[in-house]
Design a protein around this ligand. Structure first.
Ligand code: OSB
Ligand code: MG
Length: 370
C-alpha cells in the first residue's frame, strides 16, 4: 500500500459524566482522529489516545499533533509499504511518541482490512468474536455516588468493576464496596499514586479479594513493583509501565506483575500490541484491553485487539453510551446483557464513521500529503 494523504482532526466531545483519576478530572475530551487514504481513494481511521495534558504519560494531544505533522507523517507518506504490519518500522527513528504513532498505524490497519474486505479483528488473527467487558469507575464525590454507579453497571450486565483509587479514597472505599457487594469481581487502579512506603496499605487491600491492583507505583517503574508484588497476595497489573513487548518480557521476568493491561496507544499500535499479547500468552500471563475514554473509532480498534487469544479477562471496553450522548460511529458500541461486546463482521473496524457529526465536532484539521 501507499499512503497519499493523512488527515488530522481534533474533535471536541463532552463526556456524559466527568471521569476522575488520581491524576485529574476530565469533563470534555479533546480527541485527535487520523484518516489515511491511498491512491485508490480507500481510507482508514485511527484515533490518538493522548490525553488533554501530559498526566497519564508524557504524551498529550498537541504534542502528538506536532510530532505527526513534522516527523511521523513524512516518514509514511508516499512510501511503498508492504503491509500495515510494516508501518511501525517506518517511524522507528522517532523515539517514544507511541500514541502518535499508533494513531497512524491503526488507521493503516483499518485501511488494509477494508481493502481485503475482511473485519479487522479477523485480519489481526482474533479468535474470540464475543469479548468480556468490565467498567472503569472514576473517583466519586461520595461513597453513595460510588454505590449508585456500581449498581447501575452491574444491572447493565458488566462482568467486573474497576474503581480508581488515590490517597484518601482507597482502603475505606474498597472495604465499603466489598461489604455491600460481597461476590462481585472487583479491582482497583491507582494510576501511580503511591510509593513502596505504602506497602502496608496494599497489604490491607489484600483482605478484600480483589482481582488485581493496577499500576500502584510510579509510571516508569518495574523494580519497586516487583518488591511490592513479593509482599502482597493480590496480583499486580501493570498499565503505564508497559510500553513494549520488551517491557512486558522484563516485567514478567522480574515478578513486577502477574497481569498486564494492554492499550494500543501506549504500545504504539496493533503490531506491537500483538507482540505484547504473545509474550504474555507464552508465559501464561493474562492480558486485558485497557481504555482511554476513546470515541467510537478508538473503541472499535480496542474491540478488534481484544479478540486475540490472550485476552482472557474482562477489559475496560464498554458501551458508547457510558461516555457520549451520541458517538461518532454507527451503530454505537453496545454491550449484551451478558456483559459482552460482539465484534462485527463488516470490513475494517466494522463501524461506519458518522462524517457529518465528525465535521460538526471538528475544531481544527490539517491535510498532509506526500
Ligand atoms: O488508567 O486505565 C487507565 C482513562 C484515562 C486514562 C487512564 C485510564 C483510564 C481508564 C478509563 O481507566 C477506561 C475507559 O473507560 O476508557
Ligand atoms: Mg490504568
Amino acid at each position: 500500500m501507499k499512503i497519499d494523504s493523512i488527515e488530522l482532526r481534533e474533535i471536541s466531545l463532552p463526556l456524559v459524566h466527568f471521569f476522575e483519576t488520581s491524576f485529574g478530572r476530565t469533563t470534555q475530551r479533546r480527541i485527535m482522529l487520523v484518516r489515511v487514504r491511498d491512491a485508490d481513494g480507500a481510507e482508514g481511521w485511527g484515533e490518538c489516545t493522548a490525553g488533554e495534558g501530559p498526566f497519564y504519560s508524557e504524551e498529550w494531544i498537541d504534542g502528538a499533533w506536532g510530532v505527526i505533522e513534522q516527523f511521523l507523517a513524512p516518514m509514511v507518506l508516499g512510501r511503498e509499504i508492504e503491509s500495515a504490519a510494516h508501518v511501525s518500522s517506518l517511524m522507528k527513528r522517532v523515539r517514544g511518541h507511541r500514541m502518535a504513532k499508533a494513531a497512524i498505524e491503526t488507521a493503516c490497519w483499518d485501511l488494509e482490512a477494508k481493502k481485503l474486505g475482511v473485519p479487522l479483528w479477523r485480519h489481526l488473527g482474533g479468535v474470540r468474536r464475543e469479548i468480556p467487558c468490565g467498567v472503569s469507575i472514576g473517583i466519586q464525590d461520595s461513597i453513595e455516588d460510588l454505590f449508585a454507579k456500581v449498581e447501575k453497571e452491574l444491572a447493565a450486565g458488566y462482568q467486573r468493576i474497576k474503581i480508581k483509587i488515590k490517597p484518601g479514597w482507597d482502603v475505606e472505599a474498597v472495604a465499603r464496596l466489598r461489604e455491600r457487594f460481597p461476590d462481585i469481581r472487583l479491582m482497583v487502579d491507582a494510576n501511580s499514586a503511591y510509593s513502596l512506603e505504602d506497602a502496608p496499605l496494599f497489604r490491607a487491600l489484600d483482605q478484600h479479594r480483589l482481582m488485581m491492583i493496577e499500576q500502584p507505583l510510579a509510571y516508569d517503574d518495574m523494580y519497586d513493583h516487583a518488591k511490592l508484588q513479593a509482599q502482597i497476595e493480590t496480583p499486580i497489573c501493570l498499565d503505564e509501565s508497559i510500553r513494549s513487548s520488551d517491557d512486558a518480557r522484563k516485567a514478567i521476568a522480574i515478578g513486577a506483575c502477574r497481569i498486564i493491561n494492554l492499550k494500543l496507544g501506549r504500545v504504539g499500535g496493533h503490531f506491537e500490541a500483538r507482540r505484547v499479547e504473545r509474550v504474555c500468552r507464552e508465559r501464561n500471563v493474562p492480558v486485558w484491553c485497557g481504555g482511554m475514554l476513546e470515541s467510537g473509532i478508538g473503541r472499535a480498534h480496542n474491540i478488534a485487539m481484544a479478540t486475540l487469544e490472550g485476552f482472557t479477562l474482562p477489559g475496560d471496553v464498554s458501551a458508547s453510551a457510558r461516555y457520549w450522548e451520541e458517538d461518532i460511529i454507527d451503530p454505537p458500541v453496545e454491550v449484551t446483557s451478558r456483559g459482552t461486546i460482539i465484534a462485527r463482521e463488516d470490513p475494517g473496524i466494522g463501524y461506519e464513521v458518522k462524517r457529518a457529526r465528525v465535521e460538526m465536532l471538528t475544531v481544527r484539521s490539517a491535510a498532509l500529503r506526500a
